[in-house]
Design a protein around this ligand. Structure first.
Ligand SMILES: Nc1ncnc2c1ncn2[C@@H]1O[C@H](COP(=O)(O)OP(=O)(O)O)[C@@H](O)[C@H]1O
Ligand SMILES: [Mg+2]
Length: 358
């Protein structure tokens, strides 16, 4: 029997398509370390995000495709991930961060921090390297929600983020005295946000989430000026007042050319723990309406759930503390959807850049 040729393996792998991008995995650059010794084939398949729910499917397709090549005896597949960079930064801010996702809302109290913390944790649990920047300078409470009392250290004139549950965390709360109100003026905010990006040793990150203050103020503006954002996720509650506010936030992101990656409806409904009846306390469907109005997907609906609130208050986020609970699974599902949207957008962006070249 003649030895198996690399070329015929590559040809066979071209039949395997990424189910979301509809492009073959060779063209996508997902194949690495393809080796063949006699009939034994080994390779690494790098997914575009580690938590990809299609991992098992792609692995099976690869095995099937290679198994059909004459002479192949065994196939050893290592599934890895390489998250692509969706942004390019100038002046050396966050040079090793692949994606920056801002979490915004029209008004406060809709659960933006709860979503930021749990979504970031869900990404981290999928195997991604994740940072969380608590940029809600008016009410920074992500450290409390994550249950950490650590403070950042300084090394080589850079601020080291605090690591908690595998997340790299930075927050204005680290630098304020408790109960001390802060009055910010525009230029001060600009400086603080720039420092959070430039003077913090974020290192290599697949995803950096930014928990924004509510509304459409200076922080949002500064961010969109100093770094390119992969996109924004909007959090809303179902009722009309929140909807009006979130519409303004959406309009602001569009104005500064930040794509809206998706919408999350929080406090969507309540399942009575006693009788099981579902009540829609704040009405229902606002998230879907917002998503449709912005031509963005609805990433998910999170129920009003006592475990979510307690998790936040006690510093035991539900995604870590009760990972099998309904709300935790909802966050995991939203994280998978969001990661896929980011991968597809990034691919399209580079695809069109390649095509635009003369
Ligand atoms: N789905 C939910 N179920 C129960 N409580 C929630 C839920 N989402 C948020 N909360 C609670 O509501 C309060 C406000 O949420 P928070 O995330 O701080 O909002 P924001 O950052 O938008 O101001 C917090 O006490 C939080 O624990
Ligand atoms: Mg908040």
């Amino acid at each position: 029997m003649s030895a198996v040729q690399q070329a015929s393996l590559i040809e066979a792998l071209r039949a395997v398509k990424d189910p979301e991008l509809h492009v073959d995995i060779v063209s996508l650059g997902m194949i690495e370390d393809l080796r063949v010794e006699g009939g034994a084939v080994s390779l690494t398949v790098n997914l575009t995000t580690p938590g990809c729910p299609l991992k098992a499917q792609i692995e099976k397709d690869v095995r099937d495709a290679l198994g059909k090549v004459p002479g192949v005896g065994s196939v050893q597949v290592k599934m890895g991930a390489k998250v692509r960079r969706s942004i390019e930064t100038t002046d050396n801010l966050i040079p090793e961060v692949a994606n920056v996702v801002a979490i915004g809302s029209g008004k406060g109290g809709v659960g933006k921090s709860t979503v930021s913390v749990n979504l970031a944790l869900a990404f981290a649990r999928s195997g991604a390297s994740v940072g969380l920047l608590d940029a809600d300078v008016y009410g920074p409470n992500d450290p409390q929600m994550l249950g950490t009392k650590l403070k950042p250290e300084i090394q080589d004139r850079k601020i080291l983020p605090v690591t908690v549950h595998g997340l790299k965390l930075m927050s204005m709360a680290f630098f304020l005295k408790e109960d001390e109100p802060v009055i910010w003026r525009g230029p001060m905010l600009h400086g603080a946000i720039k420092q959070f990006l430039g003077d913090v040793q974020w290192g290599r990150l697949d995803y950096l989430f930014i928990d924004l203050p509510p509304g459409t103020g200076d922080v949002q503006l500064t961010l969109s000026q100093v770094i390119p954002l992969t996109g924004a996720v909007l959090v809303t509650t179902p009722q009309d007042v929140a909807l009006l506010d979130v519409r303004k936030a959406a309009a602001m992101f569009r104005k500064v050319n930040v794509p809206i990656l998706g919408v999350i409806e929080n406090m969507s409904y309540f399942n009575c723990p006693h009788c099981g009846e579902r009540s829609e306390i704040f009405s229902h469907g606002g998230g879907r309406k917002t998503a449709e109005a912005n031509d963005a997907p609805l990433l998910g609906e999170i129920p009003l759930d006592i475990r979510v609130r307690q998790g936040g208050d006690d510093g035991l986020p539900v995604v870590v503390h009760d990972p099998k609970s309904g709300p935790a699974l909802a966050f995991r599902d939203m994280a998978e959807k969001l990661a896929a949207i980011i991968s597809v957008n990034t691919y399209r962006k580079f695809q069109s850049e390649v095509m635009a070249r003369p």
